[in-house]
Design a protein around this ligand. Sequence first.
Ligand SMILES: C[C@H](O)[C@H](O)[C@H]1CNC2=NC(N)=NC(=O)C2=N1
Length: 113
Amino acid sequence: MSDLSKQKCEACSPGAPQATKEEKQSLGANVPDWEIVEVDGEEQLKRTFKLKNFAQAQAFTNRVGDLAEEVDHHPVIVLEYGKVTVHWWSHEIHGLHKNDFIMAARTDEAFNA
Ligand SMILES: C[C@H](O)[C@H](O)[C@H]1CNC2=NC(N)=NC(=O)C2=N1
């Protein structure tokens, strides 16, 4: 099992480099249910989670929000009936950083918990 979710989110300042193609491949292998999408020219990790109803989707949304607040790294979360779509990327660098893969792994764990 990967320890990606246990790794530390480092401070990601505007000058930090984006994940390289190789990093995206190796880190992405740990979060295979996430796809890389491009939104307004910026790469993001995206996954849609299916839940039973609105209340469960709302509870999961809150868990992801708590994970984000813990490390001051925030996703877009779209809450619908029985469905939550999460996008992770690093606003400061307009793309993907290792932190986003760590947070995707933590989001998967919260879903599977
Ligand atoms: C000042 C504050 O730490 C920053 O604006 C944080 C807040 N949350 C953030 N979240 C994400 N996803 N990317 C960022 O660059 C980011 N920056």
